[in-house]
Write a protein that binds this ligand. Structure first.
Ligand code: G4P
Length: 528
């Protein structure tokens, strides 16, 4: 309870979107408001440029730069905001999914012209798994897009989430005049190409006042009144509690590039979004207000310089106070560890920190002691749960091209998969090693890093699998029968859990139908 005031002023969240919807632009505007950067364009280096998609070294280099912007902490109106960055590139989706386990809420950016896109769907699925509260920002209102009612319908249907608009656009494209904030009952007028971060809104408590006609013209005022009546009927009153339970997503409209509607979004965000929350663990739910320190590693970033093998483990503090140079219990290794140079992430600079509180993310130098999901405590033995692995989409067999380097290869594969770069499976009752990734690019990264960092040379042979399912059953006999019968498709993951590799949706559905006593899970908790 000692740290309640620190906890209540923290907000830890991620901005997620399909690439190009405007995540980087919105992030940058937030940082400008928070005073963390002074000029527009400062965050761009964090973005993996489109032209570089075939050049993985360039992507890795850019990702190296992005370590510094992996977490951006800044103060805004006495709130300490920890904004966790997620890679836009789909080949790094697994990284994004894991980052979502470390946040308390998200802002989802949707391109108002394109509507719901592929990555948006996947990211929302992950949010739904954890009932993460979501705020939707519909961007690019300065361009001609879909009718807002249709767009909201589409988002609700495609993402299976209830929406509740807290602002409403007045036209769009070249006729875009601004938004009416249903939360503040004020009108925000749009001035294109407004580069400065200050906009003034006009209080309009009652939409029937003639002032509205003066401000936006008779026709648009009439339309806004009609729309308002309609959405009051459809959406009713906003209930913050339902948002906090992850069941309704408030919606804002704006234009990030024009810095429009961004401040309203940020102001409302700090008012309604959740402060750091209690988290489930193996022993019990760890109360965020517990004075004893606890935290878990959700991301590991390798140093790309082969001369420095060290890595950075990102630790989310879940309770108590983290202190520099204090010994903490590394639960999986059952040993005490301390950190002399933990750092916080303040915009683009890394600063050594003395202390951190629940909601904060601390960067820890690691020489190979951490893997994703590791828990640090003040002595108690428990693990935070809910840090799953998701099914990879591409599978390849590892072929060792240099038998003299077998040991190095084993070590390299183990360390790289601890980082979460890919998942490693081993043939059940055999030694064949299979790597599963979300994107093809990862194979190039692994091949390159195995050679550079471990001196191991490999080749990858494609395998005809499309999904991995973790097998669970209370009926041991049925499970054994299944394994015997499907030997070629059954592997073990790194934690020894049984995994079925399906060739196609048809095969998978057939097996699910034929084996009602076996559960086929599409994600697994990361086990120790
Ligand atoms: P991402 O991180 O989600 O991938 O998107 P990013 O912010 O990089 O934005 C993608 C493109 O959309 C950028 O243009 C950006 O300028 C533009 N954009 C962002 N917000 C708005 C908006 O409100 N209205 C309009 N019309 N465009 C917007 P680009 O040409 O790809 O890049 P750049 O040359 O501007 O950097």
């Amino acid at each position: 309870m000692k740290y309640d005031s620190e906890i209540s002023r923290r907000r830890t969240f991620a901005i997620i979107s399909h690439p190009d919807a405007g995540k980087t632009t919105l992030t940058e505007k937030f940082l400008l408001f928070g005073g963390a950067i002074q000029t527009a364009g400062a965050v761009k280096s964090n973005k993996i440029k489109k032209h570089a998609t075939s050049d993985f070294m360039e992507i890795e280099r850019q990702r190296g730069i992005s370590v510094a912007t992996s977490v951006m902490s800044f103060e805004y109106k006495n709130t300490l905001i920890n904004l966790l960055d997620t890679p836009g590139h789909k080949d790094f989706a697994e990284d994004t999914y894991r980052t979502l386990t470390a946040v308390d809420s998200v802002i989802l950016v949707v391109d108002g012209v394109k509507g719901v896109e592929e990555q948006t769907r996947k990211l929302m699925e992950v949010c739904r798994m954890r009932d993460t509260p979501v705020i939707v920002f519909i961007n690019k209102m300065d361009r001609d897009g879909k009718n807002p009612f249709d767009l909201l319908d589409e988002i609700e249907k495609e993402l299976s989430i209830h929406l509740h608009p807290l602002s409403w656009p007045i036209n769009m494209g070249k006729d875009f005049k601004g938004v009416y904030s249903l939360y503040d009952k004020s009108l925000l007028l749009f001035q294109p190409n407004q580069k400065v971060a200050i906009e003034e809104s006009v209080k309009v408590d009652d939409l029937s006042v003639p002032l509205l006609d003066e401000l936006i013209g008779e026709k648009d005022a009439r339309q806004l009144r009609e729309d308002a009546e309609l959405f009051h009927g459809v959406y009713g009153e906003f209930d913050q509690q339902v948002y906090l339970e992850g069941k309704t997503a408030p919606v804002f409209f704006g234009s990030a590039i024009n810095n429009f509607g961004v401040r309203e979004l940020l102001d409302t965000f700090i008012r309604i979004s959740p402060e750091p929350r209690s988290r489930p663990a193996t022993a019990r739910t760890i109360d965020v207000h517990d004075d004893r320190f606890s935290g878990f590693v959700f991301k590991i970033h390798a140093n790309l310089d082969p001369k420095h093998r060290d890595r950075i483990a990102f630790l989310r503090v879940c309770s108590g106070k983290f202190e520099r140079n204090k010994f903490y219990h590394h639960v999986r290794l059952d040993k005490d560890v301390r950190f002399s140079n933990p750092y916080s992430f303040l915009a683009r600079d890394k600063d050594v920190i003395e202390q951190a509180f629940a909601g904060d993310v601390v960067g820890l130098f690691d020489t190979g002691n951490f893997k994703i999901g590791d828990t640090l405590t003040e002595g108690e033995d428990f693990y935070f749960t809910g840090i799953p692995s998701f099914s990879p989409e591409i599978f390849k067999e590892v072929v060792n091209k240099d038998p003299m380097k077998t040991k190095q290869l084993e070590k390299g594969l183990n360390q790289l998969t601890d980082e979460g770069v890919a998942q490693l499976f081993t043939q059940h009752n055999g030694n064949r090693k299979i790597i599963g990734c979300v994107g093809d690019l990862q194979f190039e990264v692994i091949q390159y890093r195995l050679l550079q960092e471990y001196g191991a040379s490999v080749q990858f042979n494609p395998l005809p699998f499309y999904k991995a399912c973790w097998l669970v059953s209370d009926d041991k006999k049925k499970l054994e029968d299944f394994i015997r019968f499907k030997t070629a498709n059954v592997v073990n993951d790194k934690d020894g859990q049984l995994v079925y590799l399906a060739q196609s949706e048809w095969f998978l559905n057939t097996e699910i139908a034929n084996n009602p006593d076996i559960q086929f899970l599409f994600s697994s908790e990361i086990q120790k």
